[in-house]
Each structure stands twice: as C-alpha cells, then as structure tokens.
Design a protein around this ligand. Sequence first.
Ligand code: ADP
Ligand code: ADP
Length: 233
Amino acid sequence: NPVLHIDNVKKSYRNGKVVNPVLKGISFDINPHEVVALLGPSGSGKSTLMKCVNLLEHVDDGQIWLNGTDITDPRVNADNSRARIGVVFQQFNLFPHMSVLKNVTLGAIKVHHWPKDKAEAKAHELLRRIGMNEKTKAYPDQLSGGQQQRVAICRALMTDPELLLLDEITSALDPMLVGEVLDMVTELKERGTTILMATHEMEFAHHAADRIVLLQKGVITENGTPQEVMEES
Ligand code: ADP
Ligand code: ADP
C-alpha cells in the first residue's frame, strides 16, 4: 500500500470574484521508501500541493491518504496527521534565539509532549549522524545555511514521520552549500525514508530520485522514473 495516495485533488485561490485554479485534479502515489521529486516551473502549484499534504491549506476537492487515513477528512484530527509528516521549508526553519538543541527538541516537547530527556537523546542521535553533535549549543546565525537546513531536517525527523516533505530546501542556499544538504537527502534515502521533495535541482532529481512527478499549470504531465521522464522530454 502507498504511504501517500493523492486522489484527484483540486484547489483554487479566490481573489474577490476571480477564481484562480492552481491544482486541477492531482493524483499520484508515493510508495514506501520512495524518493519522489516534484518538479515544475515557478507558479505551477508545487508549494500549494505541499501545503495541502501538510494540511496548511484545505483542498477544495479530492482526498489525500496517509497510510490508509484520509487526512483531508475534517473528522480526522489535523494535529495528529501533521505529527505523522515531517516538513522542511525553503527558509525560516529555525528560531534565531534558540540553540540548535532547543530548535530540534522544541516541537517534540511542546507539541508532542515528549519528556525533555527523551527529546534530547533523540536530537543528539540525529545530530550525531550528520556530524553536528559539537554544535548543539550553537545558535542558527553561527551555522552556515547548509548546516541550518540539515538541523531543520533533524527536527523534522524527531518523531520518525511516515513521510518527509522537503519544499525547495536548497533554493535559498549559497550554491557552495547545496551539496551537503542533498547528500543528507541521499543518506535518508539509503536509510529508507519516504520523501516528497519539491526541487529545482534537476541534476539531483535525475540521479537520486526514484520517480519524477512533473507539474505544469496545476496538472501532472509526467510521472515516471527519471529515465522514463528523460525519454519523454
Ligand atoms: P510553485 O510552488 O510551483 O511556484 P505555487 O503553489 O507557489 O507554485 O503557486 C501556484 C499559483 O498559486 C500561483 O499562480 C500563485 O500566484 C498562486 N498562489 C499561491 N499561493 C497563493 C495564495 N496564498 N493566495 C492566492 N494565490 C496563491
Ligand atoms: P485508486 O483511486 O488509484 O484506484 P484506491 O482509491 O483504490 O486507488 O486506493 C489506493 C490506496 O488509497 C489504498 O491502498 C489505501 O491506502 C488508500 N485508500 C483508498 N480508499 C481507502 C479507504 N476507503 N480506506 C482506507 N484506505 C483507502
């Protein structure tokens, strides 16, 4: 069974009487341990789709199933659903006035009510894996942008989410720092993490993704292995 099953999702933004259809019936699945790259030109609806999956936006029509739960059903508790999905955005992922350790543990403690020592043990384990256990007391502005994004990924992994959403996580980075963040994504893939990643990194998508979903003007125009999608275009 798929981890994520997106079934005919539609979403429009309204501005007064003007209706702007952004997602025009999106359907695709993500299977366990798959890394799916969501590609598409700016304005095609990638961010909107990511927000619908993370329940930051309501869908107008269609369903999004997470391991058999229709998370778009209003009777399903949205906080519970969000806890099952890890999210990293393009920027502003870390609180500047909090240490790395505090940033990584905050959600687990405050939102998911973990005891502090359990949260800190898990945070240390995740940070150690990326060689950042020396930086637990540092503040975000003492880290490179690449290190900050890797810390943000650690935070998203605290609760062992069923799905990790990565929304343009390298787009705001100095090009020199993109590689270390993509290497971390590759490492997660090797560990079996299921990932939906909106990205402009074509090179990475073609080499590291299991599948490419191409979104154009709110419609999926390609859905296949990198090889299949390359042959089509
Ligand atoms: P992408 O991530 O592919 O660049 P977006 O999902 O950000 O695309 O945007 C798709 C379309 O939706 C664009 O036309 C954008 O202007 C519009 N849009 C996005 N967010 C909003 C919003 N909150 N209100 C109104 N229109 C929006
Ligand atoms: P499709 O629309 O592609 O034919 P289905 O709607 O039959 O696919 O469902 C595919 C997957 O979506 C299922 O394996 C399950 O994870 C989820 N799903 C769909 N409908 C239900 C349901 N009523 N109850 C639980 N899970 C469902």
